[in-house]
Design a protein around this ligand. Structure first.
Ligand SMILES: *Cc1c(COP(=O)(O)O)cnc(C)c1O
Length: 817
């Protein structure tokens, strides 16, 4: 087929050209004229004008990839926490100022319009945000990469705080349309569930299944300051039968659409409640749905240029972001063996060459397993394949370990204790050529403790790739004042090479630079103070120390440790109100999983403490406690640049890496943190003098547990801590319901304090005193803040992706020139 030479308008990006484009897009794309256009219409028109400018690059990159027959990376993730796209795309294209002027010429305030864009919140927290940073870096480095996931109609719930409690409302992010995506109704794959298997002509067939179609939606991912772009392909469920016409004609309208509704539920919602069997089954369906479509899609793409599977492993790398996409392994086996008739052994070799897996958590309760019975019902062929893989694996393991029954039981892909379950992490490890943790400590714990038997069998398979964040979003976009200041002094290239920031070290004692640095921070604090006033009615003073703990609410992250310290501080100030305290604004934000009762109680406690503290006339501006609702990417972009202090206080050994810690340090916040996850590497990078490290190390946590941890003893011996805990227990902060927080008290004092909050309390309070002392010395504080920014080079996700590309995926950048 010869392609026709298309004639289309080459779009340049002068202010005039942009203004014409926006007008055209408003008229012909949105279907409005200037007289009736609402701000949302202007935003959509402007977004389409930007998208038009990305498309040419996209086509070009795709063509180059195809012509150079490049190896492609397929990054599979159940979550992509992208946030907004408009400003990000303008900065990537280098047309921010031009667009702002073009819109101003049309009477539109760009920054106000940009606030109308909903966040694409197709993720929950760090894991989904990591995937989004990776897309940005892959495109910027011109690595041919595809993100694959699910186009949830409803993203992460929207959090409202009503009377201090979390209230969840659905996040229908597509309400106003999504100008960034291209529906691809021609790209659809059938995904099967249920049924049974039979053998025919020497091949297994999976028959009598129900099915749903997966339809592709593509989003362009622009690289920064390069014409390289990538694609995020998200699957949406489409019923294979639209309407039961006979039911409809008989007037049974509900039944007529019922089957369609049910099958399309697969892509309805991120995180169906998994406390019920129906919720768990839906989650399983989601996991299989998106990997089945993805495996079919990548095989089809490979086969467009190859007639055998001989070069498959040279052209394909498949990365599993945690275990949620692990059904890709048996699905690829099924497609190769049952559909394409590749012999089992050869197929297994291919699988072991193309897959790699990132582990994100070692907490036993978070390691995913699936009930064998449910799998037998929903994915009978995949269960057979998993059993076959397991049988071979256990043979190898017996050869390796000798007949050590305990080891074999520990490492089997099937947990045989009680109800049989498939261990997804084990399947991922056995099938992958590389397995990585996300910080040095986490990778060590993984190979030495949690998966030590596997590491013994496959020592070369285990590796570390420390997480990173994209400096484009987390500094250039989130903090215009600090970015502009850095640009003035060291140029603009840090956006693509974050190690450039080390040049700031030379300026750390420069009085003029320091004062401009403080001024930039202050502007961000004022911006936040205005928003807090508007959204919560709480007035905060920008000269106070802004202390942030923003992340999902979870016991292991220990928001409780922070709250206890707030209470102790409150009591101290009340005891001596006239003393010269360092004024603080303690800011919390984060969502609690909807079924996680303790986390929700913690949110209520924070708000009840805030209510008391903020309204106490004795306290005034010395202490404020604010809970910012609906934490997500856009809230993070608002609050992080305003932080003086970053709370990274998880119990050592529990936070795999953390990325919030990196974003905050990059924005000049000093960290108070435990020796956990990437905090350890941040400490090395910024220097021990510029970070406040406290508390038990992972090793000390183990020792303490082994020798018998007695939290009640700590409670009894520390008077300040005891008072705070008693206040919680007796309703000092909840006079309307004095017993509201008694479970929090008992969890900490009587029920074992699993995350060792009390064990670290005294050290934490001491570290906070050191924070205050440093903050009293603005010169010193600013020097430390600059050291933090300057040390962040290695935490760019560009470095992370370069390591994945070189060490794990073995892919090279595509030449787009
Ligand atoms: C970075 C980020 C996270 C991860 O934060 P941690 O402190 O590493 O847990 C979670 N949610 C959002 C919206 C983020 O931007």
């Amino acid at each position: 087929m010869t392609a026709v030479d298309l004639e289309f308008d080459q779009l340049n990006s002068t202010v005039d050209a942009l203004r014409r484009s926006i007008s055209n897009r408003l008229m012909y794309g949105v279907g409005k004229d200037a007289a009736t256009a609402r701000p949302q219409d202007w935003l959509n028109a402007a977004a389409l004008a930007v998208r038009d400018r990305l498309v040419a690059r996209w086509m070009k990159t795709t063509r180059h990839q195809y012509e150079q027959d490049v190896k492609r990376v397929y990054y599979l993730s159940m979550e992509f926490l992208i946030g907004r796209t408009f400003t990000n795309a303008l900065l990537a294209l280098g047309i921010y100022d031009q667009m702002k002027e073009a819109l101003a010429g049309l009477g539109v305030d760009m920054e106000a319009a940009a606030e109308l864009e909903p966040d694409a919140a197709l993720g929950n927290g760090g894991l989904g945000r990591l995937a989004a940073c990776f897309l940005d870096s892959m495109a910027t480095l011109a690595i041919p990469g595809f993100g694959y996931g699910i186009r949830y109609e409803y993203g992460m719930f929207r959090q409202k705080i009503i009377a201090g409690e979390q209230v969840e409302t659905p996040d229908y992010w597509l309400r106003a349309g999504n100008p960034w995506e291209f529906p691809r109704p021609e790209v659809q794959y059938m995904v099967h569930f249920g049924g049974r298997t039979i053998e025919r002509d020497g091949h297994v067939q999976w028959i009598e299944t129900e099915h749903v179609n997966a339809m592709a939606y593509d989003t362009v991912i622009p690289g920064f300051a390069t014409s390289a772009t990538n694609t995020l392909r998200l699957w949406s469920a489409r019923a294979t039968e639209e309407l039961d016409l006979s039911a409809f004609n008989q007037g049974d309208y509900r039944r007529a659409v019922e089957a369609k509704e049910t099958s399309e539920n697969v892509s309805r919602l991120l995180y169906p409640d998994d406390s019920t069997p129906a919720g768990r089954e839906l989650r399983l369906r989601q996991e299989y749905f998106f990997v089945s479509a993805t495996m079919q899609d990548l095989i089809r793409r490979y086969q467009r240029t190859h007639s055998t599977f001989g070069r498959f492993a040279e052209k394909v790398a498949i990365h599993l972001n945690d275990t949620h996409p692990v059904f890709a392994i048996p699905e690829l086996m099924r497609l190769l063996v049952d559909i394409h008739h590749v012999p089992w052994d050869r197929a297994w070799k291919l699988v072991q060459q193309v897959f790699s897996y990132t582990n994100h958590t070692l907490m036993p309760e978070a390691l995913e397993t699936w009930d064998v019975e449910m799998l037998a019902r929903l994915l009978p062929r995949h269960l057979e394949i998993i059993f076959d893989i397991n049988a071979e694996f256990l043979k190898d393991a017996s050869a390796h370990f000798g007949h050590d029954v305990d080891v074999i039981r520990r490492i089997s892909l099937v947990d045989e204790y009680g109800q049989r379950r498939v261990r997804m992490a084990h399947l991922a490890i056995v099938a992958s050529q590389k397995v990585n943790g996300v910080s040095k400590l986490h990778s060590q714990l993984m190979a030495r403790e949690f998966f030590k038997d596997f590491a013994h069998m496959f020592p070369a398979r285990f590796t570390n790739v420390t997480n990173g964040i994209t400096p484009r979003r987390w500094l250039a976009q989130a903090s215009p004042p600090l970015s502009a200041l850095i640009d003035q002094h060291i140029g603009t290239h840090w956006r693509r090479d974050l190690f450039e920031l080390s040049k700031l070290r030379a300026l750390k004692s420069d009085a003029a630079f320091s004062s401009e640095f403080r001024a930039a921070k202050r502007r961000n604090k004022i911006r936040l103070a205005h928003r807090l006033m508007h959204d919560t009615g709480i007035m905060v003073h920008p000269d106070a120390l802004f202390d942030l703990q923003v992340k999902r609410i979870h016991e292991y992250k220990r928001q409780l440790l922070n709250v206890l310290h707030v209470i102790v501080r409150y009591n101290r100030i009340r005891a001596e109100p006239e003393r010269d305290w360092v004024p603080r604004v303690v800011i919390f934000a984060g969502k609690a999983a909807s079924a996680y009762k303790m986390a929700k109680t913690v949110i209520k406690l924070i708000n009840d403490v805030g209510e008391k503290v903020n309204n106490d006339p004795l306290i005034g501006d010395q202490l404020k406690v604010v809970f910012v609702p609906n934490y997500g990417v856009s809230v993070a972009e608002l609050v992080i640049p305003a932080a003086d202090l970053s709370e990274q206080i998880s119990m050592a050994g529990t936070e795999a890496s953390g990325t919030g810690n990196m974003k905050l340090a990059l924005n000049g916040a000093l960290t108070v943190g435990t020796m956990d996850g990437a905090n350890i590497e941040i400490c090395d990078a910024v220097g021990r003098d510029h970070i406040f490290i406290f508390g038990h190390t992972a090793e000390q946590v183990d020792d303490l547990r082994a020798t018998g941890y007695r939290p009640r003893q700590i409670y009894e011996e520390n008077a300040e801590l005891r008072l705070a805990l008693d206040q919680i227990r007796t309703g000092y902060f909840s006079p309307d319901d004095p017993r509201r927080f008694s479970d929090i008290f008992h969890t900490l004092v009587d029920w074992g304090d699993h995350y060792m909050v009390l064990a670290d309390f005294a050290a934490f309070a001491e570290a906070q005193d050191a924070v205050d002392a440093r903050f009293r010395e603005p010169r010193q504080w600013t020097e430390s803040a600059i050291e933090n920014v300057a040390g962040m080079g290695q935490f760019s996700s560009d470095r992370t992706i370069a390591e994945y590309a070189h060490d794990i995926w073995h892919v090279k950048p595509v030449d787009v020139s």
